[in-house]
Every structure is written in C-alpha cells, then in structure tokens.
Design a protein around this ligand. Structure first.
Ligand code: GLV
Ligand code: GLV
Length: 337
C-alpha cells in the first residue's frame, strides 16, 4: 500500500491530484472546521497532510500519528499550527508566503476604501429602495487622498500596501518590531514611527502583522481611544489582534468612523455586535482569494508536501519550510540540509 496523505478541505482537485503519483490521497469533501478528534483520526494513518487555517493542529492531534512527517499549510499565516509541538514530534511544517502578497495587498486596499467611502453600506441602502431619501449629505465618507495611512506590521504585505498608497497621494507611516532598511523605506515612501504615534496620527490604520500571543488584543479599548474619531481601521491579519467588543463600542459610540474586517477572533462566528453595526465592512477571510493566487497557494503547498515527504525533484528540500532550522536544532532528521 502507498503511504497516505490527508487533504483537510476540498482544494482544487486538478492540483491536489498531483499527490496521487506517490500517495494514497484521502480528500475531505466537507467544507468547514473538523472536530479535533476527527483531525487526530485522519492524521493517525497519514504520513502527510495538506491543511488550512480551519485546522488547528498541536500535540494532541499528532499524539497517535507515528508515521506523520509533514504538514503543509495552505496560507502564509500558520497560527493554526503549534509549531514547537510539531517540531518536537519531528514533523516538517511548511507555509505559502510571497505568492499571495500582491493579491492580499490589493484586498487590504479595497477593504480600507470600502470602509472609508461606505461602499457596502451605501449599496445596502440603495437595494433597500432608499434612494428617494438622497440628500447632499448622504453617505459622506472620509478621504484617502492626502491622508495619513498607518500600517501596523511592515512585512511583504504591508510594503505592498505602502507602495499602492503612494499612488493615492497618501502619507505612509508604519510600526514594526524593527524599522526597515532605509532603502526599502524610501522605496515604500514610508516613515517608521512608534506604536502610539501610529495610533494617534493615522487617518486609516491597516493591520498586517502576524498573529502571536504577544499581539493578542493589541488593538484594545486603550489603543482605539488614541485613534482619531474620523479614522478607519482595517484588519486583514488575524482576528485575535483586535478586541472586537472594544471595536464595536468605538464604532457604535462615534469614536471611530468605520472599520473593514476580513478576519475575526472566532471565525467563522462573527461577533453579533459587529453584525448589527452599519459602519463596518465585513468579509469572510478572502484577502488572498483571487483564483490565480488561491491556485498558486495550493500548488506551492502540494510541492512542499511532496518534497517534505522525500519525493519529487525537490525531495528533502520543500521550497518554503517554516521549521527547518528548529528541526535541525532539535536534532530531528526532518529535512536534508
Ligand atoms: C490567510 O490568512 C493566510 O495566512 O494565508
Ligand atoms: C507576512 O509574512 C507578510 O508577508 O506580510
């Protein structure tokens, strides 16, 4: 029998089909989250798995998976995976960076614009047949041009948003764990500021930092209180970075003009207080969702899985490993060096 790999979600069948050359592929046909026990059972008979942010995997899920050697995450963020626990179990983890950068930056910009100019709110109003009520003061928004864009987290996606902002005549400020090299700052027309300055000076604040426990509810009531009441907040990173109740309070109380959210703390559940507000644009975690990019992400994840499992032209050298150094440091065979 050929070794088994588990595909946790329906993913482009023609791309995932490449795994069949070497493996017995078990494809899940049901969308959505699996209970942890179901994940553990699927992994127990697998050498590898292709998973998404819908699939939380840690020590408990791999405890009875003695043959499991690789998990390929379809996504750049991998906070669904307990990487230290998987490293300790000798499991290679990979992700899909870079190829979603521009698509995700496009979407971040679109969401920010939709929030600032009230595009989805205005469409609902039109569809509700309210146009006869139109006045000169209908759906007044806040400008992007000549405003200050604040970017929290200046990785590749943040830099992509900064480059777009230059075309809109925005002034760009950012905060990051450390400032970028001067050359990249110049190229992005971006100026490093401390966190408080970012909060107080941004007319539009976009969150693009990776999630970790250290940034849980970084945008809380205190942070929101420092923002301008005319400002917008856009989150395309991870829901847990924002205290959603504090955000709902600020939006309802007129202490923040609008928000654009693609990610939520309890996905796929959305805080009912946010659902009830008019001045927030809500999308279902689709920032990387262009057809070309989602296909490229699955393709890279498949390449990663095949290589991490020692097959194919890149055997032992998956293109984008997450824990190669950690595996080596832990003395795990994992990958070829
Ligand atoms: C999506 O959120 C990703 O991390 O790719
Ligand atoms: C994160 O990895 C990013 O590309 O911003």
């Amino acid at each position: 029998v050929r070794p088994r790999v588990w595909v946790s979600q329906p993913l482009f069948g023609d791309i995932v089909g490449r795994l069949r050359e070497d493996f017995d592929v078990v494809e899940t046909t049901q969308v959505g989250k699996h209970p942890p026990a179901e994940i553990a059972t699927a992994l127990s008979s697998s050498v590898g798995a292709l998973v998404t942010l819908n699939d939380p995997i840690g020590a408990a899920e791999v405890a009875n998976a003695p043959r499991l050697r690789a998990i390929a995450n379809v996504g750049v963020g991998y906070n669904n995976l307990d990487v230290p626990a998987l490293t300790a179990a000798g499991i290679v983890v990979t992700n899909t960076p870079d190829l979603l950068t521009e698509t995700t930056a496009d979407f971040g910009f679109a969401l920010m614009m939709a929030a600032a100019r009230r595009i989805t709110e205005a469409e609902r109003w039109l569809r509700d047949g309210q146009w006869r009520q139109w006045s000169f003061e209908t759906m007044l928004g806040v400008d992007l041009h000549a405003s200050t864009l604040g970017i929290l987290g200046m990785g590749r996606i943040g830099q992509g948003i900064a480059r777009r902002a230059a075309g809109f005549g925005m002034r760009v400020r950012y905060h990051n764990r450390s400032p970028l090299p001067a050359e990249i700052e110049r190229e992005c027309h971006a100026e490093y500021v401390d966190f408080d300055t970012l909060l107080t000076s941004a007319d539009h604040l976009v969150l693009v930092l990776p999630y970790s426990r250290a940034v849980h509810h970084l945008i809380d009531a205190g942070a929101l209180a420092k923002m301008k009441p005319t400002a917008t907040l856009t989150n395309i990173a991870r829901g847990g970075i924002v205290d959603e109740d504090a955000l709902a309070d600020a939006l309802a109380g007129g202490r923040l003009a609008a928000a654009g959210l693609d990610v939520y703390e309890g996905e796929p559940a959305v805080n009912p207080r946010l659902l009830a507000l008019r001045n927030v644009v809500l999308t279902p975690h689709i920032a990387s969702g262009s057809l070309a990019t989602r296909r490229a992400m699955v393709s890279l994840a498949v390449d990663n899985l095949i290589a991490a499992l020692g097959r194919g032209p890149q055997a032992g050298h998956p293109p984008t490993p997450v824990n190669a150094d950690a595996l080596a440091a832990a003395g795990k065979p994992g990958l070829k060096r």
